[in-house]
Design a protein around this ligand. Structure first.
Ligand code: GDP
Ligand code: IMO
Ligand code: MG
Length: 418
């Protein structure tokens, strides 16, 4: 039997590329939208008719009333965070499903994350402080707790208290106190009351959907340069953000994946610490931050800004198997006299056109392109100035990947689909 393939949306820079906007824009064509990794470190902003929605754990298909939304086993789920997020939407029962195998990201994970960051001082990763690293560490250490365990709060409460006892030395150093049994139990019972109707075996659901010829869209969180294996380690997140992560994070096989769309900004941003070769610490970076409203959805931190990095994009395109790119925020470059693209790196006095294991010592080599006045709001290629079209063609050529979608404002319909 042949089943339909699932299409994938994946961030291919340092996150915040505009994945949420594209998933929302495409969601009307899909029956199911699935998140496979990350947690509430993600912040996906969607604007529809001037109304803003910020999503962290709920897939960005939720604004399409017909799409079923799945939070897969590879996600680390904060019950507190998803419950808060669910309040914005009515009638989620039957439209939102959470894997019983997803790992729990509990309040103590955030406390550990924040305490460790503090201890690291100037070596801090600059995490979102949402407990992502500690929750994934517990999973890999085989000492984590899974969403399915929420269905038996009394048993889970005892297990969590046991975990505190076994890790008492660490908790003492980090000055984190053991929760009181009755408070912990009440908290877990509260989570169960709100989340039980949504917890299920999502792997089976996705297989059934594909076998029934339903259209399934997979929504990545974070971005390729933050991938635990292929990103700028250790300044990365703790999950596999590349397309391969969608397989383990949802229980589908590589042959189940169809079209892969890599989401990139027409320039580059990063939030948190770590190398960023094409960062502009001067006037241009400031203009990009201002014009692009580059402040984090999750933490409100100013994002570091710089020029489009074609080497990083080419690397990410190959890693993810991108069939095409969605080039986001083209309008943010409106008004620049010239626009730069990083086309190579200099490493130890040599020019290289690939991504080395360590980006700390590379310097960007730029090519300059003529700027343009106005692309904002364009909904067809013909509406774009010639210089903007030339810029898009150059990106296609250098990254060896077709540009299939162009986005010219935060609004759902200001999107050119080629
Ligand atoms: P995500 O994490 O990849 O979903 O991206 P974020 O939502 O964190 O950040 C992208 C930001 O850019 C959001 O505020 C979007 O509303 C906004 N955005 C998306 N596409 C465009 C665009 O084409 N132009 C402009 N100006 N803003 C956009
Ligand atoms: P979306 O899905 C941008 C960054 C953090 C930090 C590093 C590790 O909105 O694109 P973590 O809290 O995950 O341990 O932090 O990863 N980071 C993101 N940056 N967008 C995100 O998600 C991010 N999620 C994590 O800033 O540098
Ligand atoms: Mg974001």
């Amino acid at each position: 039997m042949t089943s339909r393939k699932a299409d994938l949306i994946v961030g291919i820079q340092w996150g915040d590329e505009g994945k949420g906007k594209i998933v929302d824009r495409l969601a009307k064509e899909y029956d199911m939208v699935c998140r496979s990794q990350g947690g509430h470190n993600a912040g996906h902003t969607i604007w529809v008719d001037g109304v803003k929605f910020a999503l962290h754990l709920i897939p960005s298909g939720v604004l399409n009333p017909k799409a079923i939304n799945v939070v897969g086993n590879g996600v680390v789920l904060s019950p507190e965070s998803i419950i808060k997020e669910m309040v914005q939407f009515e009638g989620l029962e039957g439209r939102l499903f959470i894997s019983d195998k997803a790992h729990l990201n509990l309040p103590y994970h955030s406390l550990i994350d924040q305490a460790r960051e503090k201890l690291k001082g100037d070596k801090a990763i600059g995490t979102t402080g949402k407990g992502i690293g500690p929750a994934y560490s517990d999973k890999i250490n085989r000492i984590g707790f899974r969403v399915g365990e929420l269905l038996n709060p009394a048993k889970l409460c005892v297990s969590i208290l046991g975990y505190f006892e076994q890790n008492s030395a660490m908790f003492e150093i980090l000055e984190i106190s053991t929760p009181k049994k009755d408070e912990l139990l009440a908290e877990l019972e509260g989570y169960k009351a709100k989340l039980a109707p949504f917890i299920t075996d999502t792997t089976q659901m996705i297989w059934n959907a594909l076998d029934d010829n339903k259209r399934v869209l997979l929504e990545g969180a974070q971005g390729t340069m933050l991938d635990i294996d292929h990103g700028t380690y250790p300044y990365v997140t703790s999950s596999a953000t590349v397309s391969a992560g969608a397989c383990t994070g949802l229980g589908i096989n590589p042959k189940d994946i169809g079209k892969v769309t890599g989401i990139v900004k027409a320039y580059c941003t990063r939030v948190g610490n770590g190398p960023f070769p094409s960062e502009d610490l001067g006037e241009y970076g400031e203009i990009l931050r201002k014009q692009g409203h580059e402040f984090g959805t999750t933490t409100g931190r100013p994002r570091r800004c710089g020029w489009f990095d074609a080497i990083a994009t080419k690397y990410a395109s190959r890693l993810n198997g991108c069939d095409e790119l969605a080039l986001m925020k083209l309008d943010v470059l409106d008004g620049f006299a010239e626009v730069m693209v990083c086309i190579a790196y200099e490493l130890n006095g040599k020019e290289i056109d690939y991504m080395p294991a360590n980006l700390e010592d590379v310097k960007p080599i730029y090519k300059s392109f003529k700027g343009w006045d106005k692309s904002v709001g364009a909904r067809s290629l013909e509406e774009l100035p010639k210089e903007a079209r030339d810029y898009i063609l150059a990106i296609q050529e250098i990254t060896k990947t077709k540009v299939g979608i162009i986005s010219t404002s935060p609004e759902r319909d200001d999107t050119i689909i080629l």
